[in-house]
Design a protein around this ligand. Sequence first.
Ligand code: PAF
Length: 283
Amino acid sequence: MEIVNSIEDMTELGRLWKSDPNTTVACVPTMGALHKGHGRLISQAQELGNLVVVTNFVNPLQFDREDDLKSYPRTPEEDKAVCRKMNVQYYFEPPAEEMFPHGFLTTVNVAHLGTRIEGESRPGHFRGVCSIVLKLFNIIQPDIALFGYKDAQQLVVIQHMVRDLNLPVQVVGVPTEREKSGLALSSRNVLLTDEQKKQALCLSRALKRVHFLVKKQNITHSGELLQAMRSAISSAGDEVEFDYARIVSRVSLEDLSYVERGNTLLLVAARVGGVRLIDSSRL
Ligand code: PAF
């Protein structure tokens, strides 16, 4: 595996690959602390492309809280070992001072898609995500880029940015990897104690409950379903601080009054022991 530490080198490689019609570059952008969910993204990237680039950059622009950025898990050596083991060909780990040089001013906003829901709880988050993802796309020029379904709003926002700005990248969503218990894998899970992990199960439980109510009891009114999600989360334990539960369109992220099968996203967020967790599901 080749480790690339400078934007100049990565740009040069990107140019080279672009000029070769036999090379299909699949990029997996990450912030490191890799887990099996990332493993799934990498495997899918290997199926879709013949050259895989994993990026690792903890992007300060997408954190609205200094303490959250500081405590974000960082395991650079383990991450490289995971990628080597998976036969990833290129690993891009750019220095922050190159990504955001003195005088950096330009950012990307996907209007209300990025300011609602998660964007309300984390102002500026998607502006940070889109800006870094666009930079990575410009530097690497991948044919395909893969993102997890768990960060469902992120996927919608990035797909929209790619469409609006005519970026020549195919964005692919990959299903969420879960522990046997149902807990969605997240880099932040390492910050949880065993007890907090147990309480964090309320998120996946809330999603499962809605699937049950829709599929087995034909309840489609969002008001009733949201109430069920809220109470599953709020009653989970003293470590859980409910943030939101939403039932929205997969395309527009607008709230839905009724579940529309095939066009519905369930989104939940909570702090568990102070650690912010999100989960989502498609219906
Ligand atoms: O999903 C993530 O890990 C990050 O938001 C991403 C897409 C790598 C941008 O920093």
